[in-house]
Design a protein around this ligand. Structure first.
Ligand SMILES: [Zn+2]
Length: 343
């Protein structure tokens, strides 16, 4: 606020000095510019800005990536490991399937999300869980909801970690669904041993840095390349209907900082979040989704969506575009704070 009086004064001087020698004009312009340069960002101011952006809406994600973020692959087993794996007690992860929007169904676990986006030409599945959850959550879940797994046409994989991609090979081989993944994550996937949990899908559709608009019937999914969490992470924008009203979903494809702790990697992650902020703004997204329920409260919201609503009461997932943009601003600031710390 202290700089405010300087600005009109400098501006007036600049106008007056148009007829005077260039050196004087330069002084006036310098005054104007210097009054507008913000203090340089540092990790502390970035984390404070991120906390402010997170607010109450995105507190879980802020805690995960801005407060003592780890780079130790703490997010659970990854897809690349061969051989059998212990299946956790079903009581710790099983969730019932739910219709959440007119055309979007939750078929995930309490921890990881998987969604079925229905169209007039078949189903698009978004993310596929660990191998042990595919049959009870996705196949039985779709059937319970009155949907037919044989109608799955596309399987979108946000990134090639086992908690999101182990169902891809089964949906591809059993139902002929086309698997869509970031090009760099296909490269990693195809190097897996055939005995990897869930098997290895065949390469179908590889999305490069330019992204892809995927159309199926009356649905279009805008696929955005958001490298960072993995080199081939993909995020999505797509419309859903809430009692006939169209809302735009922004789906964040990768979150935690469990990649090599190098400044260049944080810069890539940061730039992807900035891109998502811009696209969320342009698309008018008012729903933020993630692939871990801790980041978007999917398990709670899916169940709350089953309750009757009062007239005018919003869907539990609906916020506003500013709130969606604050998610990506927060994530970008958290990444930039880490980039400065490791430089
Ligand atoms: Zn991951």
């Amino acid at each position: 606020m202290q700089a405010a009086p300087t600005h009109p004064a400098a501006h007036n001087r600049g106008m007056t000095l148009r007829l005077l020698p260039g050196a004087a004009l330069f002084t006036a312009v310098t005054l104007t510019v210097s009054a507008q340069v913000p203090a340089p960002a540092n990790p502390e101011t970035l984390v404070t800005a991120a906390k402010r952006a997170a607010g109450a809406d995105h507190a879980g994600t802020f805690l995960r990536i801005c407060v003592a973020p780890d780079n130790l692959n703490a997010g659970g087993p990854r897809g690349g490991g061969p051989g059998p794996r212990a299946v956790p007690d079903r009581g710790t992860w099983y969730a019932k399937p739910y219709k959440v929007f007119d055309n979007l169904y939750f078929i995930g676990t309490r921890i990881h999300s998987a969604w079925a986006l229905t169209t007039n030409a078949g189903i698009i599945v978004i993310d596929t869980l660990f191998d042990y959850a595919i049959e009870p959550e996705m196949i039985e879940g779709l059937t319970t909801l009155g949907l037919d797994p044989r109608d799955i046409k596309y399987v979108l994989i946000s990134h090639a970690h086992g908690d999101h991609d182990q169902g891809a090979a089964l949906l591809q081989s059993r139902y002929g669904a086309k698997v869509v993944m970031g090009a760099a994550d296909w490269d990693a996937t195809l190097q897996r041993a055939a005995s990897a949990p869930g098997g290895v899908p065949k390469r179908d559709i590889a999305v490069g840095r330019e992204g892809l608009k995927l159309t199926l019937g009356d649905a279009v999914v805008d696929i955005i390349a958001t490298p960072g969490h993995t080199p081939g992470t993909l995020s999505y924008f797509f419309p859903v209907k809430d009692a006939g009203r169209t809302l735009i979903v922004a789906y964040s494809g990768g979150t935690a900082f469990n990649f090599p702790r190098q400044a260049a990697n944080f810069a890539i992650y940061r730039d992807s979040q900035r891109k998502m902020t811009e696209v969320a703004d342009a698309a008018g997204a008012t729903v933020l989704m993630s692939n871990h329920t801790e980041f978007d409260r999917a398990y709670d919201r899916a169940r709350i969506a089953q309750l009757p609503r009062a007239a005018g009461e919003k869907h539990p997932y609906e916020t506003d575009t500013a709130t969606v943009m604050r998610y990506f601003e927060m994530a970008g600031n958290c990444a930039e704070a880490q980039r400065l710390l490791v430089q």
